[in-house]
Design a protein. Structure first.
Length: 136
C-alpha cells in the first residue's frame, strides 16, 4: 500500500501528566484507488493484520455517510489492538470518491471510546468539489 498523500490529525490534550494515550481523529486521502470499496477494505484489513499482531476486528460492515443531501457509500471497520500494554479501540470509516480512497479514523483508549463522537463524524462528513461555490 502506498503512502497517503494527504493527512490531517486532531488529537486530544493530555488528561494528566500520567496520561499514556491521546485520543483523536485522523483523516487520510490516498490517490490511485480504482478498486471497489470492498477490495480497499480487504487490502487495509489484511495490511493491519500483518503489521499489528494484536489486531482484532470487532465488526466490519457497509454503511452510509449522510453529508447533507448526498449519501456516500462507505464501510466501517471497527477494531481493537494492544500496543505497549495499552488497549485501544479504533473505528475506520472508508470511502472512495473520484478515484481516491478516504479514511476517517477515530481512535481512543479502550473504555474512553464514545459512539456519539463516531456518529457525529458520520453525520457531518461532506465532500466539497468546489469550496468557493459552497461558501457563497
Amino acid at each position: 500500500m502506498k503512502e497517503s498523500d494527504v493527512w490531517v490529525q486532531f488529537i486530544s490534550p493530555l488528561e494528566s501528566s500520567s496520561d499514556r494515550y491521546r485520543e483523536g481523529v485522523n483523516i487520510s486521502s490516498w490517490a490511485g484507488f480504482p478498486q471497489s470499496l470492498p477490495a480497499c477494505v480487504e487490502l487495509i484489513t489484511n495490511t493491519l493484520k500483518q503489521k499489528i499482531p494484536s489486531f482484532g476486528v470487532m465488526w466490519s460492515e457497509p454503511t452510509t455517510l449522510s453529508g447533507g443531501i448526498i449519501v456516500y457509500e462507505a464501510h466501517e471497520l471497527h477494531f481493537s489492538m494492544n500496543a505497549d500494554n495499552l488497549f485501544t479501540e479504533v473505528n475506520n470509516i472508508m470511502m472512495t470518491h473520484k478515484g481516491r480512497l478516504y479514511i476517517i479514523e477515530y481512535h481512543a483508549e479502550l473504555g474512553k471510546y464514545y459512539d456519539q463522537i463516531s456518529d457525529q463524524i458520520k453525520s457531518s462528513f461532506r465532500f466539497y468539489d468546489n469550496l468557493d461555490a459552497h461558501e457563497k
